[in-house]
Design a binder for this molecule. Structure first.
Ligand code: 1PR
Length: 550
């Protein structure tokens, strides 16, 4: 099997890239020292997270000059995400750290006045500008395909500027900002998106690079005229996973967080078993899910951290599922079964190494946010949110929120931020506040969701997974009032969750709120609707979605 050299100089999910490379028929050889670069024929520089952190790690280890030489020698080189950013002069993310200065230009932060930042999701890499009027595709990029992006900084596109130096540029549009999605010249290809997380469309780009096919003819169905730019509506499938009473790892699903079967009289029956986690994840990927989220809802408390069954679930899932994977449950500083202290960062690292792209933090985020206010909004630098986002970038840290409605007759009857609700309380109350809970909804805190999301945003979280205990498993639609309230409070993306029972509910949440993504669990597990049906419904309503490519 032909091979490609991969530079593993930064933290992050490199396993998925290795899996994607193997999927397209190549093997990986690791660059372990600068001297190894001379032996590389094809070289890939991956990277996630912070520009300055990556570039300084990279320089400190002595890789800068050997990489430049590899490129100057005309050998195939591919940069991914921060690997693309590294090729430019620098980034406003780290003013004093220079890039490799192979491509002129600097990275700027996206404007966040009218949109969420980071930019997370599926967007174009449209080569129509580079190969205008031609039927050629650059490294298999198609203007009607979508690719997975996750970043806050981008090279903003100015028509003709890079092209005059011979670069071919594929662009994407986020809000009214157009930016470089991919760029190529001679032996260099760099993508801001993650090909290893972009389903069949991304694998096609990876394969074309590895096989040295810089341009190929497009079929009539994927001509540049089919372009539709912009971020698509993300549909996420969520799998709550736990061990059942027989000790098997199963996908389960609760009604308002109660996952045990009801016999009609009382609850407390067996844990609902809705299938096997790895099989289910693959099934949803093949239905077109834009992401898959696993929530380990019992945290496997009696198991050594390194043997946590979710690690194996991630390893196996990432072999066949080429979209982003999130894992939540039990991410906090802990003590292992042998008494050793294990930090949240170490646990997250195990997950990232096993194929996760993001970790989701629930209970621990509430505790950390409460402390944040108690200490006058001082950042300690020690919380799970801060340590993980520092090492892996804020896009890798999702906060899973489990709120519950508390009804009040007027805003003055509580110190918490209230919402006027169209769905009045049991005693006709017209207001409610959303109480944060921990431990899977078992313990309510004197702390509201607005306080939580604003604190975790300040601490470095990159996204909010917004559940709603009142709506969970009810099939009655999302809590739009909650989602609007949270969207108004923060800039980071929000994933709406809880209550989806039919495709119309997804349309409702995208049309009635500014949510960045919507998640469903029971609707898919019970086989009532497929992800594909949901997306077809959204497309029918004129909402842009990613089509699944074989
Ligand atoms: O607190 O960091 O250990 O994380 C625990 C995680 O497990 C949290 O993300 C918490 O939301 C989740 N969790 C804990 N207990 C339960 C439970 O159900 N008993 N599940 C639980 C949360 C809610 C959503 C669900 C949506 C959509 N599940 O994930 O998928 O509500 O459901 P629907 O579409 O069927 O309505 P930590």
């Amino acid at each position: 099997m032909p091979s490609v050299h991969l530079l593993d100089y930064v933290a992050g999910n490199v396993r998925s890239l290795v899996n994607a490379i193997e999927e397209v028929g190549f093997t990986v050889e690791w660059i372990k020292s600068p001297a190894d670069i001379a032996n590389a024929e094809r070289l890939i520089l991956p990277g996630v997270g912070h520009f300055g952190f990556c570039l300084s790690q990279f320089a400190k280890a002595g890789y800068t000059e050997p990489i430049k030489k590899h490129i100057q020698d005309g050998k195939p080189f591919m940069g991914i995400c921060v690997g693309l950013q590294a090729l430019f002069d620098g980034s406003t993310e780290s003013q004093n750290i220079p890039g490799l200065r192979i491509i002129p230009g600097r990275l700027e932060r996206f404007q966040d006045s009218d949109k969420s930042v980071p930019h997370i999701g599926w967007n174009s890499a449209n080569t129509a500008k580079g190969l205008a009027g031609s039927d050629e595709s650059l490294y298999g990029l198609r203007s009607d395909s979508k690719y997975y992006y996750v970043h806050s900084y981008a090279v903003l596109y100015e028509e003709g500027l890079l092209e005059k130096d011979g670069w071919v540029v594929a662009t994407a549009r986020y809000g009214d900002e157009e930016f470089v999605g991919a760029i190529a010249k001679d032996n260099i290809l760099a993508t801001q998106f993650h090909p290893e997380k972009s389903g069949a469309a991304g694998l096609r780009v990876l394969r074309a690079f590895l096989e040295g096919r810089k341009s190929e003819m497009l079929s009539s169905t994927s001509s540049p005229t089919a372009v539709k730019e912009g971020l698509t509506r993300r549909v996420i499938a969520c799998l709550d996973v736990r061990t059942n009473d027989q000790g098997d790892l199963v996908v389960t699903k609760g009604d308002q967080y109660d996952v045990r079967e009801k016999d009609g009289v009382s609850t407390g029956g067996a844990v609902r078993n809705l299938g096997k986690p790895v099989d289910k994840a693959k099934q949803y990927y093949e239905q077109g899910a834009d992401e898959v989220t696993f929530l380990n809802i019992t945290s496997f408390r009696n198991c050594p951290v390194a043997d946590t069954p979710m690690l194996e679930v991630l390893r196996r899932t990432s072999e066949t599922v080429f979209v982003p994977l999130t894992i939540g449950g039990g991410i906090r500083d802990t003590v292992d079964t042998d008494g050793t202290k294990v930090s949240a960062l170490e646990i997250a690292t195990l997950y990232f190494k096993s194929g996760a792209d993001k970790v989701s933090i629930g209970s621990d985020a509430v505790t950390a946010a409460e402390e944040f206010y108690a200490t006058g909004k001082k950042l300690s630098g020690k919380t799970a949110i801060e340590t993980i986002s520092e090492a892996y970038g804020n896009q890798a840290v999702v906060i899973s929120v489990d709120p519950k409605r508390i009804y009040v007759s007027s805003p003055s009857s509580t110190t918490h931020h209230t919402v006027k609700t169209a769905f009045v309380g049991p005693n006709g109350e017209e207001y409610c506040w959303y109480q944060c809970t921990i431990k899977g909804g078992r313990e309510g805190r004197d702390f509201d969701v607005r306080q939580l999301v604003q604190a975790v945003e300040a601490m470095g979280a990159g996204e909010i997974l917004l559940n709603c205990i009142d709506k969970d498993g009810t099939n009655s639609g999302f809590d739009l009032e909650l989602i609007n309230d949270v969207k108004d409070a923060i800039k980071i993306p929000v994933i709406a969750s809880s209550g989806a029972g039919k495709p119309e509910h997804f349309a409702e949440v995208f049309e009635g709120t500014r949510t960045d993504a919507a998640l469903g669990a029971g609707i898919f597990h019970r086989g009532e609707f497929t992800v594909k049906q949901v997306k077809e419904h959204l497309r029918g309503r004129g909402l842009m979605v990613r089509r699944f490519e074989e």
